[in-house]
Design a protein around this ligand. Sequence first.
Ligand code: DAT
Ligand code: MG
Length: 134
Amino acid sequence: MERTLVLIKPDGVRRNIVGEVISRIERKGLQLVAMELRTLDTETARTHYEEHAERPFFDSLVEFITGGPLVAVVVEGERAVEAFRALAGATDPVTASPGTIRGDFALEVQQNIVHGSDSTYSAEREIKLFFPDL
Ligand code: DAT
Ligand code: MG
């Protein structure tokens, strides 16, 4: 069975749509394995997004993701990585299809509500970073 790391980012928590996002994951048939509300420190945020370290939006992204509590969730199921990315929708919420989390709830690329690992390799790395004891 495959696992992925989902983050309901600080914008999602601030807007009180944690339940909505979790509900969509559950309705899809995916299983919750671990879940925690926490505020990231800068070091963890930089490590999580290390692939984007050279991008112009990196500092702003780290500031945003550490700017309030987020919900980290380990989700399990058949092709969980791809399944959650499909629920999340495209990175840019303006072009994300209606019916997806980003398509339904967001308008700005940085504040796109959720993160989902982009491969099983990333999922393993990210799950270790957030839940080292899992
Ligand atoms: P995804 O979250 O869909 O995997 P990504 O890994 O390319 O997208 O980017 C990580 C996050 O960085 C994304 O969720 C929002 C932010 N981001 C991406 N492109 C951006 C841009 N051009 N300007 C500002 N933020 C951006
Ligand atoms: Mg990504």
